[in-house]
Design a protein around this ligand. Structure first.
Ligand code: GUN
Ligand code: ZN
Length: 428
């Protein structure tokens, strides 16, 4: 068995820097090391110690580069890869004008396979080793992403995006078909190696009450699965939900009343939650996902990160409503939104959100997103001086965090110097 010992700067956490003072729970080791064996992280510590303990390990010396867990993108739409950065619309018009026509194309299994492979390769280029993605309503789009994930050894979570109204004919299913197709896909793909099935009603405007009920029933039969959906992303969307569900107490209730709220619910955006919704989400232990480049790009609003004190919060691109595949760019946007709300996030908090925070939101804490023994060996290595602009800034850094933060703000796929997936080295 080949063991690999990665030498460089390591970042580890002994607690949650969104709850506790980040200084108390964050450990940046300039002479650190990560030992990889049998696809798992087998040790994290001082380079000299681990090298002495494991003289048989193959050494890979990254110098002063930063060794991190692979990034975890907690909410994305892989079918939107080819229409990312489409101009000038807000959510509902953006869906109708750009998103639904592109998603229709993925009914063709060959096109879906092309996009799925392209998307996962882009993620690896950007240092993202796991994603929780929506597919389209076509089962072929689910098969395509799971097959592409298996071919790359990546841990990927995904589900058929169910819609039975307010979408083009070619994309809508029915309550029964949503149930049957989701169930068949779930039975085939959930927990098969590194793939996880996620029950996925798109959002309540595109599902009838019957469909929400059917998916609530499916979730009750398979509580081991996550359930992902969108909530309270834009003001107009919330007004539409109110019209479509006049009896509901609020947006959350359109899910809750059909059995679609629980600890394994993963709710995207959540910008305009009301006090009852926050209390209920917190009580149930459901997770929220912050999608900052999407929230600025589609003009949605400013997420309140103080919610992370009460609720599990993950970080995500929301590609292609989000304007990037990069979790670096996503952290930068989260920082900027924090600034606009008068609460800037520290780089330790941003890096935690993009790894452990997203993993925890997806109920995969300790499995991905963490440099710790027993975790799956997905690792991303960042060159902190990847461009002339960053190189000159790095040369002027007065501390470890000053060396790291500019790459969060200004870095892109050029900063990703190496990636490991499930213990195997991938050349980005
Ligand atoms: N709400 C429902 N569907 C979508 C989508 O595809 N992207 C975003 N950003 N919001 C949504
Ligand atoms: Zn989304």
């Amino acid at each position: 068995m080949t063991k690999h010992l990665l030498l460089g700067q390591t970042l580890t956490f002994s607690g949650n820097p969104m709850h506790d003072a980040w200084e108390d729970v964050t450990h940046l080791d300039t002479q650190g090391a990560v030992l990889i064996a049998r696809g798992k992280i087998a040790g994290v510590g001082k380079g000299t110690d681990l090298a002495a303990e494991h003289p048989d390990a193959q050494l890979i010396d990254y110098g002063d580069q930063l060794i991190l867990p692979g990034f975890v993108d907690a909410h994305a739409h892989y079918p939107q890869t080819a229409m990312i950065a489409s101009w000038g619309k807000r959510l509902i018009d953006w869906l109708n004008e750009y998103t639904f026509p592109e998603e229709t194309r993925l009914a063709d299994p060959a096109y879906a396979a092309d996009i799925a492979g392209r998307y996962l390769d882009l993620l690896l280029d950007h240092g993202t080793t796991s994603v929780c993605t929506y597919c389209t309503s076509s089962p072929a789009s689910v098969t395509a992403i799971f097959e592409a994930a298996e071919a790359r050894g990546m841990r990927v979570l995904a589900g058929k995006t169910c819609m039975d109204r307010n979408a083009p004919e070619a994309l809508v299913d029915t309550a029964q078909r949503a149930y049957d197709e989701s169930k068949a896909l779930l039975e085939k793909w959930h927990d098969r190696g590194r793939t996880n099935y996620v029950i996925t009603p798109r959002f309540s405007p595109t599902s009838s009450e019957d469909q929400l009920q059917a998916l609530g029933a499916l979730w009750a039969e398979h509580p081991e699965c996550l359930m992902q959906t969108h909530i309270s992303e834009q003001i107009e969307e919330i007004a539409w939900v109110r019209e479509l569900f006049p009896d509901a107490r609020d947006y959350l209730d359109t899910y809750e009343r059909f059995g679609l709220l629980g600890a394994r619910a993963v709710l995207g955006h959540a910008i305009y939650l009301e006090p009852r919704e926050i209390d209920r989400i917190s009580e149930m232990g459901a997770a929220l996902v912050h999608c900052p480049t999407s929230n600025t790009f589609i003009g949605s609003g400013l997420f309140d990160m103080s919610l992370a004190r009460r609720v599990s919060v993950g970080l995500a691109t929301d590609t292609g409503g989000g304007s990037s595949f990069s979790m670096l760019r996503t952290m930068a946007a989260a920082y900027e939104i924090g600034q606009l709300r008068g609460a800037p996030l520290h780089p330790a908090q941003l890096l935690w959100l993009a790894t452990e925070g997203s993993a925890q939101a997806l109920h995969l804490g300790g499995i991905i997103g963490r440099l710790a023994p027993g975790a799956e060996a997905d690792v991303t290595v960042l060159n902190l001086g990847s461009t002339p602009a960053l190189g000159q800034r790095l040369a002027n850094a007065r501390s470890g965090w000053e060396a790291i933060f500019p790459t969060i703000m200004m870095g892109d796929d050029r900063a990703v110097s190496d990636v490991w997936v499930n213990g195997a080295r991938v050349t980005p």
